[in-house]
Design a binder for this molecule. Structure first.
Ligand SMILES: O=P(O)(O)OC[C@H]1O[C@H](OP(=O)(O)OP(=O)(O)O)[C@H](O)[C@@H]1O
Ligand SMILES: NC(=O)CC[C@H](N)C(=O)O
Ligand SMILES: [Mg+2]
Length: 506
């Protein structure tokens, strides 16, 4: 998952896109980029790092114009340390296109070969998003009939793009001199919503928090398979471009990825997390009698809503006994296991008095590699806890994710091929309680609210091994894994310097 935003306005958009990217920072910490358009000319600045580090005043001054787009990147193809894989990507023909992408193509490998041999296009990075841009460019070239681009040409091109791409993609592209195009894969795996400002500015963004936080009124979610074209006058054109669209959004967005104050496809992330806490509470009762638990402690940040609800239902005190260093980013989306492991200790510290002599129930939203839980259980013991129980608001993560979450290999997942008891032993807690898959799906689906129109199910592949695009085989997973090259930064490994994504270059 990455964060993407696109804007058409009657006023300069550089600051607006910057502000939007700050509100999407939790979706990607490794690189950030903005493109604006003045006349037919694009202005781009992109680099590795967090939004605040990438954009200095001088960079902002170099981004004029009333339309543009931006992205924060969490790599799932290629490598976090490659500056040239930062987005947006650019091609000069037809018209001039820049593109940002959230998701992951599962047939990038085959498409790359096809682009070279059939379409005679050159791909210069390992990023699947560059492949996607070139497929779109090729299809736009084919569908544009006259000298001038028509809206129908754009939609016909997207319909062809859907036929060629596999995997997940929420996309925003800027077509030079024409407008902003946004579309979503036919399963709607990654989120995309749109809204409007009082001045007529139209914004498309990964999460509704971005719209709200920049003063835009949420209008609706982009439907799976749908394309939206906003011309430079701000008129919105839409068309369903997929043949059999189904809404099966990634359930991990609700569990961990998205901000709790966002609505994704009309489902409240916050309410989903409360509901997950509620169903988890029932499972806790059947494993550990509540009178054997003295206190419920969340593992900040993402587990808080689930943990509060769970504590409330069990009638137990809720204590924020792990303090989070707010200057350390999210651990899970950092590239490389060594960096992740080190940053758990840098990020969280225990208040010993809340642990000493007590039986504690720690609650996390999910256990993926087990990096956080192993450290945190040990920290609770070091702080003097008598018994340490651990509950996860999500079921065991047992299968690789191929749709834009960086866990392409089964072997790195602590629960892959292991029983709950075996995982408990590895993590070192006295009891381990997991959510079950059906309970999770019901809890999230029950959080429907404003903007909800339909739901055909969820992509819960990392929990149940069912891939909604239906075409994932071990060979694809191996290729996606190969594409995810060089995750560890050797410099950080040997130097031992603080390897936070926003660490300044020496
Ligand atoms: O089992 P693991 O591989 O450690 O992954 C799971 C952990 O990673 C995430 O936290 P993260 O620190 O990324 O973000 P948060 O502050 O939003 O909870 C998630 O909330 C879990 O705590
Ligand atoms: N997480 C994502 O959405 C990643 C986008 C794209 N696959 C990349 O690696 O840059
Ligand atoms: Mg966490």
């Amino acid at each position: 998952m990455c964060g993407i935003v696109g804007v058409v306005s009657g006023a300069p958009v550089n600051q607006l896109i910057y502000d939007a990217l700050l509100l999407l920072q939790h979706r990607g910490q490794d690189a950030a980029g903005i493109v604006t358009q003045l006349g037919r000319k694009f202005f781009m600045h992109k680099a590795k790092g967090m939004v605040r580090d990438v954009f200095r005043t001088r960079n902002m001054r170099g981004l004029p114009g009333n339309s543009g787009l931006g992205q924060v990147r969490y790599p799932t193809a290629g490598n976090a340390y490659n500056e040239e894989e930062a987005q947006p990507f650019y091609v000069n023909a037809p018209f001039g296109i820049v593109l940002v992408h959230n998701g992951n193509l599962t047939n990038a490998h085959a498409l790359k070969a096809e682009l070279f041999s059939t379409d005679h296009r050159h791909i210069n990075t390992e990023s699947d998003s560059e492949v996607l841009l070139n497929v779109l460019a090729h299809e736009l070239e084919r569908t544009t009939r006259g000298v001038q681009l028509q809206v129908d040409d754009v939609f016909n091109a997207v319909a062809n793009v859907h036929k060629r791409l596999r995997g997940s993609y929420a996309v925003i592209a800027l077509l030079a001199g024409h407008g902003v195009l946004a579309f979503r894969d036919p399963h709607g795996i990654r989120p995309l919503s749109m809204g409007r400002g009082a001045d007529g500015t139209v914004m498309v963004a990964s999460e509704t928090v971005t719209l709200e936080g920049t003063g835009h009124q949420f209008e609706r979610h982009v439907a799976p398979g749908e394309a939206v074209f906003i011309d430079l006058a701000g008129t919105v054109h839409t068309r369903q471009c997929a043949q059999d669209p189904k809404l099966q959004p990634c359930i991990f967005e609700y569990v961990y990825l998205a901000r709790p104050d966002s609505m994704l496809d009309g489902i409240s992330v916050y309410q989903a997390r409360l509901n997950l806490g509620e169903t988890l509470a029932k499972r806790v009762i059947s494993t550990v009698p509540p009178n054997e638990i003295d206190v419920v402690i969340p593992i900040p940040e993402s587990s808080r809503p689930s943990a509060t609800q769970l504590a409330h239902l069990l009638g137990l005190p809720y204590r924020e006994a792990f303090v989070k260093n707010r200057y350390v980013g999210r651990t899970f989306i950092m590239p490389g296991q060594a960096v992740r492991k080190k940053s758990v200790r840098q990020k969280l510290n225990a208040i010993a008095s809340e642990f000493r002599g007590r039986n504690v129930l720690l609650v996390d939203d999910s256990i993926v590699r087990g990096t956080t839980s192993r450290e945190i259980v040990q920290m609770a013991r070091d702080a003097g806890a008598k018994k340490v129980y651990l509950a996860s608001a999500a079921p065991p993560v047992r299968y690789p994710n191929v749709y834009g979450i960086d866990m392409p290999t089964a072997s790195e997942l602590v629960a892959h091929g292991r029983t709950v008891e075996e995982v408990r032993e590895i993590i070192g807690c006295d009891a381990l309680i997991y959510q079950d898959v059906e309970g999770m799906k019901r809890a999230v689906a029950a959080a429907q609210g404003a903007g909800f129109t339909r739901l055909d199910g969820f992509d819960a592949s990392c929990f149940d091994g069912v891939y909604v695009t239906g075409d994932i085989n071990p060979d694809d997973i191996a290729k996606i894994n190969e594409a995810r090259i060089g995750q560890e930064d050797p410099l950080d490994e040997t130097s031992g310097r603080l390897a936070l994504p926003n660490a300044q270059e020496a």
